[in-house]
Design a protein around this ligand. Sequence first.
Ligand SMILES: NC(=O)c1ccc[n+]([C@@H]2O[C@H](COP(=O)([O-])OP(=O)(O)OC[C@H]3O[C@@H](n4cnc5c(N)ncnc54)[C@H](OP(=O)(O)O)[C@@H]3O)[C@@H](O)[C@H]2O)c1
Length: 429
Amino acid sequence: MFDVFKSISLSHKTAPLAVRELIALNEDEAKRLMLRLRDILGLTELLVVSTCNRTEVYYTASEDHNATIARLLLIEKGLTDTDAYLPYFQQIPDHTQAVRHLFEVCVGLHSQVIGDMQIPNQVKQSYQWSADLDMAGPFLHRLMHTIFFTNKRVAQETSFRDGAASVSYAAVELIDELLGERSNPNVLVVGLGEIGADVCRNLTNRHVSNITICNRTRSKAEELAQELQVRVADFDQLATEIQQADVIISAVQRDEPLFTPALLRDVTVLTYKYFIDLSVPRSVDAAVEQIPGVLVYNIDHIRARTDEALNRRLASIPQVEAIISQSTAEFGDWSKEMMVSPTINKLKNALEQIRKEEIARHLKHLSPDESERMDKITKGIMQKVLKLPVLQLKAACKRGEAETLIDVLNDLFNLDGQPTSAADTASHY
Ligand SMILES: NC(=O)c1ccc[n+]([C@@H]2O[C@H](COP(=O)([O-])OP(=O)(O)OC[C@H]3O[C@@H](n4cnc5c(N)ncnc54)[C@H](OP(=O)(O)O)[C@@H]3O)[C@@H](O)[C@H]2O)c1
Protein backbone atom coordinates (compact mmCIF):
# COMPACT_ATOMS: atom_id res chain seq x y z
CA MET A 1 0.00 0.00 0.00
CA PHE A 2 1.38 3.44 -0.85
CA ASP A 3 2.13 6.02 1.82
CA VAL A 4 0.00 9.08 2.26
CA PHE A 5 0.80 12.62 1.24
CA LYS A 6 1.04 15.26 3.97
CA SER A 7 2.39 18.75 4.34
CA ILE A 8 3.23 21.72 6.51
CA SER A 9 2.84 25.25 5.22
CA LEU A 10 3.99 28.60 6.52
CA SER A 11 2.82 31.38 4.23
CA HIS A 12 1.77 35.01 4.02
CA LYS A 13 -1.64 33.78 5.18
CA THR A 14 -0.27 32.34 8.44
CA ALA A 15 2.84 34.41 9.26
CA PRO A 16 4.04 38.02 8.95
CA LEU A 17 7.04 38.92 6.81
CA ALA A 18 9.32 39.12 9.87
CA VAL A 19 8.67 35.43 10.57
CA ARG A 20 8.65 34.34 6.90
CA GLU A 21 12.08 35.81 6.30
CA LEU A 22 13.50 33.98 9.32
CA ILE A 23 12.24 30.68 7.99
CA ALA A 24 12.84 31.03 4.21
CA LEU A 25 15.28 28.39 2.95
CA ASN A 26 17.85 28.78 0.22
CA GLU A 27 18.81 25.80 -1.95
CA ASP A 28 21.59 24.58 0.37
CA GLU A 29 19.42 24.85 3.46
CA ALA A 30 16.49 23.14 1.77
CA LYS A 31 18.66 20.26 0.63
CA ARG A 32 20.28 19.94 4.05
CA LEU A 33 16.84 19.77 5.63
CA MET A 34 15.70 17.14 3.13
CA LEU A 35 18.70 14.93 3.91
CA ARG A 36 18.07 15.35 7.62
CA LEU A 37 14.41 14.37 7.24
CA ARG A 38 15.48 11.33 5.25
CA ASP A 39 18.02 10.29 7.89
CA ILE A 40 15.91 10.99 10.97
CA LEU A 41 12.42 10.10 9.81
CA GLY A 42 13.22 7.73 6.95
CA LEU A 43 11.29 9.88 4.44
CA THR A 44 12.02 9.02 0.84
CA GLU A 45 9.67 11.28 -1.15
CA LEU A 46 10.00 14.95 -0.26
CA LEU A 47 9.32 18.32 -1.78
CA VAL A 48 10.48 21.55 -0.13
CA VAL A 49 9.04 24.77 -1.55
CA SER A 50 10.50 28.02 -0.26
CA THR A 51 9.65 31.36 -1.83
CA CYS A 52 9.25 34.83 -0.38
CA ASN A 53 5.62 34.02 0.39
CA ARG A 54 5.84 30.50 1.68
CA THR A 55 7.97 27.73 3.10
CA GLU A 56 6.35 24.32 2.74
CA VAL A 57 7.35 20.71 3.11
CA TYR A 58 5.42 17.93 1.35
CA TYR A 59 6.15 14.26 1.93
CA THR A 60 4.72 10.78 1.72
CA ALA A 61 4.55 8.71 4.92
CA SER A 62 2.05 6.54 6.69
CA GLU A 63 2.64 8.41 9.95
CA ASP A 64 1.98 12.09 10.62
CA HIS A 65 5.40 13.77 11.11
CA ASN A 66 4.16 17.33 10.60
CA ALA A 67 5.09 18.77 14.00
CA THR A 68 8.51 17.08 13.99
CA ILE A 69 9.26 18.36 10.50
CA ALA A 70 8.30 21.90 11.48
CA ARG A 71 10.60 21.68 14.51
CA LEU A 72 13.51 20.31 12.46
CA LEU A 73 13.00 23.09 9.93
CA LEU A 74 13.09 25.70 12.69
CA ILE A 75 16.23 24.17 14.16
CA GLU A 76 17.82 24.15 10.69
CA LYS A 77 17.23 27.94 10.69
CA GLY A 78 18.75 28.29 14.18
CA LEU A 79 15.38 28.93 15.87
CA THR A 80 15.58 26.71 18.91
CA ASP A 81 12.48 28.07 20.66
CA THR A 82 10.35 25.92 18.38
CA ASP A 83 7.18 26.20 20.49
CA ALA A 84 7.07 29.92 19.75
CA TYR A 85 7.06 29.41 15.97
CA LEU A 86 5.03 26.22 15.63
CA PRO A 87 1.64 28.05 15.57
CA TYR A 88 2.69 29.83 12.33
CA PHE A 89 2.61 26.50 10.49
CA GLN A 90 -0.54 25.14 8.95
CA GLN A 91 -0.36 21.36 9.32
CA ILE A 92 -2.11 19.29 6.66
CA PRO A 93 -2.10 15.60 7.62
CA ASP A 94 -4.97 14.68 5.27
CA HIS A 95 -3.84 13.17 1.95
CA THR A 96 -6.56 14.69 -0.24
CA GLN A 97 -6.18 18.13 1.32
CA ALA A 98 -2.38 18.07 0.98
CA VAL A 99 -2.61 17.11 -2.70
CA ARG A 100 -5.22 19.80 -3.34
CA HIS A 101 -3.13 22.38 -1.45
CA LEU A 102 -0.11 21.74 -3.67
CA PHE A 103 -2.24 22.02 -6.82
CA GLU A 104 -3.67 25.34 -5.62
CA VAL A 105 -0.28 26.72 -4.59
CA CYS A 106 1.30 25.80 -7.94
CA VAL A 107 -1.49 27.29 -9.97
CA GLY A 108 -1.20 30.56 -8.01
CA LEU A 109 -4.50 30.47 -6.13
CA HIS A 110 -2.68 31.10 -2.84
CA SER A 111 -0.18 33.69 -4.11
CA GLN A 112 -0.09 37.16 -2.62
CA VAL A 113 -0.80 38.53 -6.08
CA ILE A 114 -3.28 35.97 -7.27
CA GLY A 115 -2.25 33.95 -10.33
CA ASP A 116 1.41 34.95 -9.85
CA MET A 117 3.34 33.54 -12.77
CA GLN A 118 6.55 32.95 -10.81
CA ILE A 119 5.23 30.18 -8.59
CA PRO A 120 5.10 27.34 -11.17
CA ASN A 121 8.81 27.90 -11.91
CA GLN A 122 9.67 28.06 -8.22
CA VAL A 123 7.91 24.74 -7.63
CA LYS A 124 9.69 23.25 -10.66
CA GLN A 125 12.96 24.27 -9.03
CA SER A 126 11.93 22.54 -5.79
CA TYR A 127 11.04 19.43 -7.75
CA GLN A 128 14.53 19.58 -9.27
CA TRP A 129 16.03 19.63 -5.73
CA SER A 130 14.03 16.48 -4.93
CA ALA A 131 15.25 14.84 -8.12
CA ASP A 132 18.88 15.91 -7.36
CA LEU A 133 18.67 14.12 -4.00
CA ASP A 134 16.85 11.12 -5.45
CA MET A 135 13.83 11.97 -3.33
CA ALA A 136 11.22 12.11 -6.07
CA GLY A 137 9.59 8.69 -6.32
CA PRO A 138 6.77 7.50 -8.61
CA PHE A 139 4.11 9.29 -6.53
CA LEU A 140 5.80 12.69 -6.62
CA HIS A 141 6.74 12.36 -10.31
CA ARG A 142 3.18 11.61 -11.28
CA LEU A 143 1.80 14.35 -9.00
CA MET A 144 4.16 17.02 -10.34
CA HIS A 145 3.51 16.13 -13.97
CA THR A 146 -0.25 16.19 -13.38
CA ILE A 147 0.16 19.62 -11.76
CA PHE A 148 2.24 21.00 -14.64
CA PHE A 149 -0.37 19.73 -17.09
CA THR A 150 -3.13 21.34 -15.00
CA ASN A 151 -1.20 24.60 -15.06
CA LYS A 152 -1.14 24.50 -18.83
CA ARG A 153 -4.87 23.89 -18.94
CA VAL A 154 -5.47 26.84 -16.60
CA ALA A 155 -3.35 29.11 -18.83
CA GLN A 156 -5.04 27.94 -22.02
CA GLU A 157 -8.64 27.59 -20.93
CA THR A 158 -9.15 30.46 -18.47
CA SER A 159 -8.25 34.14 -17.99
CA PHE A 160 -6.39 33.34 -14.80
CA ARG A 161 -2.98 34.02 -16.29
CA ASP A 162 -4.02 36.95 -18.48
CA GLY A 163 -2.70 40.42 -17.84
CA ALA A 164 0.23 40.99 -15.48
CA ALA A 165 -0.89 40.99 -11.89
CA SER A 166 2.43 39.64 -10.60
CA VAL A 167 4.54 40.97 -7.71
CA SER A 168 6.70 42.87 -10.18
CA TYR A 169 3.68 44.42 -11.86
CA ALA A 170 2.25 45.38 -8.50
CA ALA A 171 5.61 47.05 -7.67
CA VAL A 172 5.50 49.05 -10.89
CA GLU A 173 1.95 50.13 -10.11
CA LEU A 174 3.11 51.32 -6.70
CA ILE A 175 5.81 53.44 -8.36
CA ASP A 176 3.15 54.98 -10.59
CA GLU A 177 1.18 55.85 -7.51
CA LEU A 178 4.16 57.27 -5.61
CA LEU A 179 5.55 59.32 -8.47
CA GLY A 180 2.33 60.18 -10.23
CA GLU A 181 3.16 63.87 -10.38
CA ARG A 182 6.91 63.68 -10.91
CA SER A 183 8.07 63.92 -14.52
CA ASN A 184 10.84 61.62 -15.74
CA PRO A 185 11.71 60.02 -12.43
CA ASN A 186 15.00 58.14 -12.06
CA VAL A 187 14.42 54.51 -11.25
CA LEU A 188 17.24 52.28 -10.08
CA VAL A 189 16.74 48.50 -10.10
CA VAL A 190 19.25 46.50 -8.07
CA GLY A 191 19.32 42.72 -8.39
CA LEU A 192 18.46 41.28 -11.77
CA GLY A 193 17.42 37.73 -10.99
CA GLU A 194 14.01 36.50 -12.01
CA ILE A 195 11.98 39.14 -10.19
CA GLY A 196 14.34 42.09 -10.80
CA ALA A 197 14.43 41.42 -14.54
CA ASP A 198 10.66 41.09 -14.55
CA VAL A 199 10.33 44.48 -12.84
CA CYS A 200 12.57 46.04 -15.51
CA ARG A 201 10.47 44.58 -18.30
CA ASN A 202 7.28 45.87 -16.70
CA LEU A 203 8.87 49.30 -16.21
CA THR A 204 9.85 49.58 -19.87
CA ASN A 205 6.39 48.35 -20.88
CA ARG A 206 4.98 51.24 -18.85
CA HIS A 207 7.30 53.63 -20.73
CA VAL A 208 9.38 54.64 -17.71
CA SER A 209 12.41 56.07 -19.50
CA ASN A 210 15.11 56.83 -16.92
CA ILE A 211 15.93 53.34 -15.76
CA THR A 212 19.32 52.30 -14.40
CA ILE A 213 20.02 48.69 -13.64
CA CYS A 214 22.67 47.24 -11.41
CA ASN A 215 23.65 43.70 -10.57
CA ARG A 216 26.46 42.04 -8.64
CA THR A 217 27.29 40.10 -11.79
CA ARG A 218 27.59 42.90 -14.34
CA SER A 219 27.34 40.69 -17.42
CA LYS A 220 23.74 39.86 -16.50
CA ALA A 221 22.92 43.58 -16.33
CA GLU A 222 24.56 44.20 -19.70
CA GLU A 223 22.57 41.42 -21.31
CA LEU A 224 19.30 42.84 -20.01
CA ALA A 225 20.35 46.40 -20.92
CA GLN A 226 20.80 45.30 -24.49
CA GLU A 227 17.31 43.84 -24.55
CA LEU A 228 15.61 46.81 -22.86
CA GLN A 229 17.88 49.71 -23.86
CA VAL A 230 18.52 50.93 -20.32
CA ARG A 231 21.61 52.19 -18.52
CA VAL A 232 23.92 49.91 -16.51
CA ALA A 233 25.62 51.02 -13.27
CA ASP A 234 28.56 49.45 -11.47
CA PHE A 235 27.64 47.47 -8.37
CA ASP A 236 30.47 49.15 -6.43
CA GLN A 237 29.02 52.57 -7.30
CA LEU A 238 25.76 51.82 -5.55
CA ALA A 239 25.89 54.82 -3.17
CA THR A 240 26.35 57.27 -6.06
CA GLU A 241 23.50 55.66 -7.97
CA ILE A 242 21.21 55.84 -4.94
CA GLN A 243 21.99 59.56 -4.74
CA GLN A 244 20.69 60.02 -8.32
CA ALA A 245 17.62 57.85 -7.99
CA ASP A 246 14.08 58.78 -6.98
CA VAL A 247 13.06 55.17 -6.57
CA ILE A 248 15.27 52.22 -5.74
CA ILE A 249 13.80 48.79 -6.33
CA SER A 250 15.75 46.02 -4.72
CA ALA A 251 15.39 42.37 -5.69
CA VAL A 252 18.66 40.96 -4.40
CA GLN A 253 18.72 37.62 -2.70
CA ARG A 254 21.05 37.73 0.29
CA ASP A 255 20.98 36.90 3.94
CA GLU A 256 22.06 40.34 5.21
CA PRO A 257 20.59 43.73 4.19
CA LEU A 258 22.42 45.37 1.30
CA PHE A 259 21.02 48.88 1.85
CA THR A 260 22.27 49.96 5.27
CA PRO A 261 22.67 53.36 6.97
CA ALA A 262 26.43 52.92 6.40
CA LEU A 263 25.95 52.57 2.62
CA LEU A 264 23.72 55.64 2.61
CA ARG A 265 26.06 57.66 4.86
CA ASP A 266 26.97 60.21 2.16
CA VAL A 267 23.61 60.27 0.42
CA THR A 268 21.69 63.50 0.80
CA VAL A 269 17.94 63.27 0.41
CA LEU A 270 16.61 66.52 -0.98
CA THR A 271 13.13 65.33 -1.70
CA TYR A 272 11.49 61.95 -1.07
CA LYS A 273 13.44 58.83 -1.95
CA TYR A 274 11.49 55.60 -2.17
CA PHE A 275 12.88 52.13 -1.59
CA ILE A 276 10.77 49.24 -2.82
CA ASP A 277 12.22 46.14 -1.25
CA LEU A 278 11.01 42.97 -2.91
CA SER A 279 13.56 40.75 -1.18
CA VAL A 280 12.89 38.17 1.50
CA PRO A 281 14.86 38.37 3.77
CA ARG A 282 14.60 42.12 3.45
CA SER A 283 17.50 43.80 1.71
CA VAL A 284 16.81 47.28 3.07
CA ASP A 285 17.80 47.61 6.73
CA ALA A 286 14.89 48.81 8.88
CA ALA A 287 17.16 51.64 10.15
CA VAL A 288 17.28 53.14 6.62
CA GLU A 289 13.69 54.26 7.08
CA GLN A 290 14.84 56.53 9.92
CA ILE A 291 16.72 58.72 7.40
CA PRO A 292 14.55 61.81 6.83
CA GLY A 293 12.92 61.75 3.41
CA VAL A 294 13.39 58.03 2.89
CA LEU A 295 10.31 55.84 2.59
CA VAL A 296 10.59 52.07 2.45
CA TYR A 297 7.96 49.73 1.04
CA ASN A 298 8.47 46.01 1.51
CA ILE A 299 6.83 42.94 0.03
CA ASP A 300 3.92 43.14 2.45
CA HIS A 301 3.10 46.55 1.00
CA ILE A 302 2.93 45.10 -2.47
CA ARG A 303 -0.67 44.11 -2.11
CA ALA A 304 -2.84 42.68 -4.81
CA ARG A 305 -3.56 45.72 -6.93
CA THR A 306 -7.06 45.69 -8.20
CA ASP A 307 -6.72 46.31 -11.88
CA GLU A 308 -8.64 44.87 -14.75
CA ALA A 309 -6.33 41.88 -15.09
CA LEU A 310 -6.67 41.04 -11.44
CA ASN A 311 -10.45 41.28 -11.60
CA ARG A 312 -10.46 38.96 -14.60
CA ARG A 313 -8.31 36.55 -12.64
CA LEU A 314 -10.62 36.68 -9.67
CA ALA A 315 -13.61 36.10 -11.91
CA SER A 316 -12.01 32.99 -13.38
CA ILE A 317 -11.33 31.32 -10.02
CA PRO A 318 -14.40 29.03 -10.15
CA GLN A 319 -13.23 27.77 -13.56
CA VAL A 320 -9.69 27.21 -12.21
CA GLU A 321 -11.07 25.34 -9.22
CA ALA A 322 -13.16 23.13 -11.49
CA ILE A 323 -10.06 22.23 -13.54
CA ILE A 324 -8.17 21.45 -10.34
CA SER A 325 -11.05 19.28 -9.09
CA GLN A 326 -10.99 17.33 -12.34
CA SER A 327 -7.21 16.86 -12.15
CA THR A 328 -7.19 15.88 -8.48
CA ALA A 329 -9.99 13.34 -9.13
CA GLU A 330 -7.97 11.79 -11.98
CA PHE A 331 -4.85 11.80 -9.85
CA GLY A 332 -6.86 10.24 -7.00
CA ASP A 333 -7.91 7.38 -9.31
CA TRP A 334 -4.29 6.83 -10.29
CA SER A 335 -3.17 6.89 -6.63
CA LYS A 336 -5.78 4.29 -5.76
CA GLU A 337 -4.69 2.11 -8.67
CA MET A 338 -1.18 2.34 -7.32
CA MET A 339 -2.50 0.63 -4.19
CA VAL A 340 -3.41 -2.51 -6.11
CA SER A 341 -0.32 -2.52 -8.27
CA PRO A 342 1.67 -4.83 -5.89
CA THR A 343 -1.22 -7.36 -5.82
CA ILE A 344 -1.44 -7.34 -9.60
CA ASN A 345 2.29 -7.91 -9.84
CA LYS A 346 2.13 -10.79 -7.36
CA LEU A 347 -0.75 -12.38 -9.24
CA LYS A 348 1.12 -12.03 -12.48
CA ASN A 349 4.24 -13.55 -10.94
CA ALA A 350 2.25 -16.49 -9.54
CA LEU A 351 0.68 -17.29 -12.92
CA GLU A 352 3.97 -16.73 -14.72
CA GLN A 353 5.64 -19.19 -12.38
CA ILE A 354 3.01 -21.87 -13.16
CA ARG A 355 3.30 -21.16 -16.89
CA LYS A 356 7.10 -21.47 -16.88
CA GLU A 357 7.04 -24.67 -14.81
CA GLU A 358 4.51 -26.29 -17.14
CA ILE A 359 6.46 -25.30 -20.26
CA ALA A 360 9.68 -26.60 -18.71
CA ARG A 361 8.01 -29.98 -18.09
CA HIS A 362 7.13 -30.37 -21.77
CA LEU A 363 10.14 -28.66 -23.31
CA LYS A 364 12.13 -31.79 -24.07
CA HIS A 365 9.33 -33.17 -26.29
CA LEU A 366 9.13 -30.00 -28.37
CA SER A 367 11.08 -28.65 -31.34
CA PRO A 368 12.41 -25.03 -31.04
CA ASP A 369 9.59 -23.88 -33.31
CA GLU A 370 6.95 -25.65 -31.26
CA SER A 371 8.36 -24.35 -28.00
CA GLU A 372 8.31 -20.80 -29.35
CA ARG A 373 4.67 -21.24 -30.37
CA MET A 374 3.82 -22.77 -27.01
CA ASP A 375 5.42 -19.78 -25.28
CA LYS A 376 3.37 -17.34 -27.34
CA ILE A 377 0.10 -19.21 -26.83
CA THR A 378 0.50 -19.61 -23.07
CA LYS A 379 1.46 -15.94 -22.67
CA GLY A 380 -1.68 -14.98 -24.57
CA ILE A 381 -3.82 -17.22 -22.33
CA MET A 382 -2.23 -15.74 -19.24
CA GLN A 383 -2.95 -12.19 -20.34
CA LYS A 384 -6.58 -13.09 -21.04
CA VAL A 385 -6.92 -14.79 -17.65
CA LEU A 386 -5.43 -11.73 -15.93
CA LYS A 387 -7.43 -9.11 -17.78
CA LEU A 388 -10.72 -9.43 -15.90
CA PRO A 389 -9.34 -9.60 -12.34
CA VAL A 390 -7.16 -6.56 -13.08
CA LEU A 391 -10.10 -4.60 -14.41
CA GLN A 392 -12.22 -5.66 -11.45
CA LEU A 393 -9.47 -4.63 -9.06
CA LYS A 394 -9.14 -1.20 -10.65
CA ALA A 395 -12.91 -0.71 -10.60
CA ALA A 396 -13.03 -1.78 -6.93
CA CYS A 397 -10.29 0.76 -6.24
CA LYS A 398 -12.37 3.58 -7.65
CA ARG A 399 -15.27 2.48 -5.44
CA GLY A 400 -12.89 2.31 -2.45
CA GLU A 401 -13.57 -1.44 -2.11
CA ALA A 402 -10.26 -2.90 -3.20
CA GLU A 403 -9.16 -4.28 0.14
CA THR A 404 -11.66 -7.20 0.22
CA LEU A 405 -10.73 -8.18 -3.33
CA ILE A 406 -7.00 -7.99 -2.50
CA ASP A 407 -7.59 -10.33 0.48
CA VAL A 408 -9.56 -12.79 -1.69
CA LEU A 409 -6.87 -12.86 -4.38
CA ASN A 410 -4.16 -13.31 -1.74
CA ASP A 411 -6.02 -16.34 -0.32
CA LEU A 412 -7.01 -17.90 -3.64
CA PHE A 413 -3.57 -17.70 -5.22
CA ASN A 414 -1.48 -17.79 -2.04
CA LEU A 415 0.16 -14.51 -3.05
CA ASP A 416 1.82 -13.67 0.26
CA GLY A 417 5.09 -15.36 -0.69
CA GLN A 418 5.24 -13.77 -4.16
CA PRO A 419 7.62 -10.88 -4.93
CA THR A 420 5.82 -7.55 -5.51
CA SER A 421 8.12 -6.34 -8.22
CA ALA A 422 7.60 -7.23 -11.82
CA ALA A 423 8.87 -5.90 -15.09
CA ASP A 424 5.31 -5.07 -16.08
CA THR A 425 2.93 -3.06 -13.94
CA ALA A 426 -0.80 -2.83 -13.62
CA SER A 427 -1.01 -0.27 -16.37
CA HIS A 428 -0.07 -2.86 -18.99
CA TYR A 429 -3.33 -4.74 -18.56
N1 LIG B 1 10.71 35.42 -7.73
C1 LIG B 1 9.62 35.88 -7.13
O1 LIG B 1 8.47 35.64 -7.50
C2 LIG B 1 9.74 36.82 -5.98
C3 LIG B 1 8.62 37.58 -5.61
C4 LIG B 1 8.74 38.46 -4.57
C5 LIG B 1 9.94 38.59 -3.91
N2 LIG B 1 11.00 37.82 -4.27
C6 LIG B 1 12.27 38.02 -3.55
O2 LIG B 1 13.13 38.77 -4.41
C7 LIG B 1 14.49 38.37 -4.22
C8 LIG B 1 15.07 37.92 -5.55
O3 LIG B 1 14.34 36.80 -6.01
P1 LIG B 1 14.62 36.16 -7.45
O4 LIG B 1 13.60 35.11 -7.61
O5 LIG B 1 14.70 37.22 -8.47
O6 LIG B 1 16.06 35.50 -7.17
P2 LIG B 1 17.20 35.10 -8.20
O7 LIG B 1 16.62 34.90 -9.56
O8 LIG B 1 17.92 33.98 -7.57
O9 LIG B 1 18.16 36.36 -8.24
C9 LIG B 1 18.92 36.71 -7.12
C10 LIG B 1 19.50 38.09 -7.31
O10 LIG B 1 20.18 38.46 -6.11
C11 LIG B 1 21.55 38.79 -6.43
N3 LIG B 1 22.42 38.42 -5.32
C12 LIG B 1 22.56 37.19 -4.76
N4 LIG B 1 23.45 37.25 -3.76
C13 LIG B 1 23.87 38.54 -3.70
C14 LIG B 1 24.80 39.22 -2.87
N5 LIG B 1 25.43 38.58 -1.88
N6 LIG B 1 24.98 40.54 -3.08
C15 LIG B 1 24.32 41.17 -4.05
N7 LIG B 1 23.44 40.59 -4.87
C16 LIG B 1 23.22 39.27 -4.70
C17 LIG B 1 21.85 37.98 -7.67
O11 LIG B 1 22.96 38.55 -8.32
P3 LIG B 1 23.90 37.69 -9.30
O12 LIG B 1 23.25 37.73 -10.64
O13 LIG B 1 25.19 38.37 -9.23
O14 LIG B 1 23.93 36.30 -8.71
C18 LIG B 1 20.54 38.15 -8.43
O15 LIG B 1 20.47 39.41 -9.05
C19 LIG B 1 14.44 37.26 -3.19
O16 LIG B 1 14.76 37.79 -1.93
C20 LIG B 1 13.02 36.76 -3.24
O17 LIG B 1 12.62 36.21 -2.00
C21 LIG B 1 10.94 36.98 -5.32
